[in-house]
Design a protein around this ligand. Structure first.
Ligand SMILES: [Zn+2]
Length: 287
């Protein structure tokens, strides 16, 4: 069973014991330069409209958030971000949307961070006059170790906003670094899928009624699924290609519902095999 709200902010999927909700935090225009694997030699600029989506998984005794996402637009970071990205339209923080769905943000048991890029991490903390504190204070936060110190191929350091938040989680004893696949809870597993970043991961959710795969930024939009060689600059083309081939095939062969962190609307799509070893993307919003 699926239900989508009218303007694309929330989409829900019932997998039996597990219920998955995609929550959009913001929409924004995105202009990026794209290359094509494997030589990454051809470059083109694309202008897209993207969303910023996080995912919640509810199960018995289980409340998992996949990506803390963006911080509150009223926070110091949020005001700075809004000033430098004036066309970003914020919907709600993850905690506000959880509350709206009747979920207690304080009861989140796990936060799976797909990768340590700013837009996936800054919401992990609340910015108070006394400093940062973890937003999900009772949750185990998990991140692939490879992203702890170098989440970008073109930079050998964390940006200050990401560094401060990961340090806060570590100081609070809430951050677990993973070296490989891990089962976070029954039916919820995190798998390395490098290429967007060295430690990028996807989350696979298996319920009695089907499978949902949260691809994170493995593909930012459907064109990167239909044309798997298409990727934004600054990635590792060979690693991203391998990760895409594995996960696109797995999603297609399992008939999984697929979530993209940056689809313009909160949605569950499907990946299907197409002739010539290619893949097709079907965004199921409104289907
Ligand atoms: Zn992202």
């Amino acid at each position: 069973m699926r239900a989508d709200d009218a303007d694309g902010r929330v989409a829900r999927l019932d997998l039996g014991v597990l219920a998955v909700t995609v929550m959009r935090q913001a929409v924004a225009p995105w202009t990026a330069r794209f290359t094509r694997a494997p030589d990454a030699g051809v470059s083109e600029t694309r202008r897209l409209s993207i969303g910023f989506n996080v995912v919640h998984v509810r199960g018995p005794g289980l409340s998992v958030l996949v990506d803390p996402g963006l911080d509150d637009p009223r926070s110091r970071w949020g005001r700075r971000y809004a000033a430098s990205h004036p066309f970003t339209r914020f919907d709600a923080t993850a905690s506000e949307t959880l509350e709206g769905l009747g979920e207690d943000p304080g009861a989140v048991t796990h936060v799976a961070i797909t990768h340590a890029h700013l837009d996936h991490v800054v919401g992990a903390t609340v910015d108070q006059a006394s400093g940062l504190r973890p937003r999900f204070a009772h949750a185990r936060h998990v991140l692939m170790r490879a992203d702890r110190t170098r989440p970008r191929y073109d930079r050998d350091e964390l940006g200050p906003d990401v560094a401060e938040r990961l340090a806060c989680l570590e100081t609070s004893g809430l951050l677990d670094l993973l070296d490989g696949p891990a089962v976070l809870a029954p039916g919820v597993a995190m798998h390395p899928a490098p290429g967007e970043s060295p430690g990028h991961a996807v989350v696979e959710i298996e319920g009695a009624a089907g499978t949902c795969i949260v691809l994170g930024d493995l593909a930012h939009h459907g064109d990167e699924i239909r044309d798997a060689a298409l990727m934004p600059e600054g990635r590792d083309p060979a690693a991203l290609w391998r990760s895409r081939m594995h996960w696109y095939a797995r999603a297609a062969d399992r008939g999984a519902r697929v979530v993209l962190a940056h689809s313009a609307r909160a949605s569950f799509g499907r990946i299907e095999r197409a002739p010539g070893g290619r893949f097709e993307w079907r965004d199921e919003v409104g289907a």
